[in-house]
Design a protein around this ligand. Structure first.
Ligand SMILES: [Fe+2]
Length: 488
């Protein structure tokens, strides 16, 4: 099949320009509509503030320094603040005026001499922002979270949960990876308030480590699963029934190449499409089930729950290939292939008794950065929102806001030409009973004006309720969260 490549020079590349300014509490200009009087609280978003450092472009979408943006809604106006996360590496590189640290997907300029045997990577702190146990944290899956002051956005510290995230598997392990990775996609159990998370750590053995943090913020290590290979997982599922579910795509890092500095770790990933994807299910009592499904890769899961018949339902955005790092680099440069292989909304049904796994498309939509009603994590649900496009869409970008009814497969989408939306955060209206009686809060990059706007949309039909302009263009970022008034 001939693959058509598009050079999307403007809207994609310009949306990713470096942020040079940090603002303090500026009021956003209302462009259209009216802010809902009962929309009160704070939206936080995290993402790359820049895709280049001192003129050197990163090779990977995930390597830019994390920047938190904060939007405080009081029912009449929105006040905006943004701050780069002051990681140790960020401060050192700012002081030096050049790139000092290898990143997950980017080697340092200077070849082997600069990269060989450097296996401590920059903590980009750029992926998500989470509120739990009295802490707000900027998350990055390869290392420790950073605690952030939710009002000032000052960076408080690199947080190891009082030593729990210090590698104590062995002396050698602690030398190879002193800090245990804590993924950027923790899930908070809807009934217990326990934050569940995982990390994959290299060392004398390859380990998948599960974590639990109680509502007061006390962390402990849960089951540790030894793996044959160092795999890569970005997200996982926690159900109300207490099942934790991970998809492990048959990829492995070429550690010698990465260690010698021949490639970045991301570029060293080898894919074996002849193997199935392993699905790990960890029961509430710690029992581990291993199931398999056709080769696939899932960056983000939509949701998962245990059905009344005992089977586990897992909805995710399924790719039938693994996105290689050169694809990420091409994206950063505005090269997007329209080969019909975007991530599809897909439902997996897992039968732990028979070890059977079935899957089917949920809708004729591709999507990414999915969100659901915040009270339905781990439970049966009806709606998913995200960015995406109908599979028949004329442009290769996920440039539409989408809403999918996962029970019927029906979807709707909205998005003006020459714009790109961010992940939409779902904020239920106070007192709402319907699942989609909510607001969607998202950013929209408009290439015609080269501006970034904050939008409030109706979650039911995706229509715009209010649109406000930021004082500068910021990249759309990865993941955010909403804290209702009074939480901080
Ligand atoms: Fe993510």
């Amino acid at each position: 099949m001939a693959i058509q490549h598009y050079k999307v020079l403007h809207d994609y590349v310009r949306a990713n320009e470096t942020v040079a300014d940090e603002y303090d509490d500026v009021e956003l200009t209302l462009l259209e509509g009216e802010l809902p009087a009962d929309l009160k609280g704070v939206l936080f978003r995290n993402g790359n503030g820049r895709f280049a450092h001192q003129g050197v472009w990163y090779d990977h979408l995930f390597d830019g320094d994390g920047m938190i943006s904060r939007f405080a809604f009081d029912g009449q106006r929105v006040r905006y603040r943004n701050r780069y996360v002051r990681t140790r590496e960020f401060l050192e590189e700012e002081k030096a005026g050049r790139m000092l640290h290898r990143s997950f997907g980017t080697n340092l300029p200077g070849g082997l001499l600069k990269n060989a045997f450097r296996m401590q990577f920059k903590n980009a702190a750029n992926t998500s922002v989470v509120w739990h146990g009295g802490h707000m944290m900027a998350m990055w899956e390869g290392g420790l979270p950073h605690r952030i002051d939710p009002v000032t956005l000052d960076t408080i510290d690199r947080y190891d949960y009082n030593g729990v995230l210090r590698n104590q598997f062995s002396w050698l392990d602690s030398r190879i990876a002193p800090e245990l990775p804590f993924s950027a996609h923790p899930k908070i159990h809807p009934d217990t308030g326990v934050l569940h998370n995982f990390g994959t750590v290299a060392g004398t053995k390859q380990r998948l480590v599960l974590y639990e943090v109680d509502p007061q913020g006390k962390a402990k290590i849960g089951p540790v699963i030894e793996m044959d290979d160092m795999t890569f997982s970005h997200d996982f599922v926690v159900t109300q029934s207490g099942h934790r579910i991970l998809f492990l795509t048959p990829v492995s890092f070429d550690m010698p190449r990465a260690l010698l500095g021949l490639t970045s770790p991301a570029a060293s990933i080898k894919v074996d499409r002849t193997k199935p994807t392993l699905i790990l299910v960890i029961d509430p009592d710690g029992t581990i089930h291993r199931l398999t499904t056709d080769f696939c890769f899932v960056f983000h899961f939509v949701n998962g729950y245990q059905n009344t018949d005992g089977k586990l339902i897992v909805d995710g955005l399924m790719l039938d290939f693994f996105p290689a790092s050169d694809l990420m680099k091409a994206y950063l440069q505005g090269n997007v292939a329209d080969d019909g292989t975007g991530a599809r909304f897909t439902r997996y049904v897992l039968d732990l008794e028979t070890k059977q796994v079935t899957h089917r498309p949920l809708a004729d939509y591709e999507g990414e950065l999915p969100e659901i009603h915040p009270d339905l994590v781990g439970k049966p649900y009806k709606y998913a929102w995200g960015i995406g496009r109908p599979i028949s869409h004329s442009r290769p970008l996920a440039d539409q806001l989408v809403k999918i009814d996962v029970t019927t497969g029906q979807g709707i989408h909205a998005g003006p030409d020459e714009t790109l939306p961010s992940e939409p955060i779902v904020v239920p209206r106070p007192g709402a009973t319907a699942e989609d009686d909510a607001w969607l809060l998202y950013l929209l990059f408009d290439d015609t004006t080269h501006t970034t706007d904050l939008l409030v949309a109706d979650a039911a039909d995706l229509t715009t309720i209010a649109r406000l302009r930021l004082p500068h263009n910021i990249p759309l970022g990865f993941h955010g969260m909403w804290l209702p008034e009074g939480e901080v």
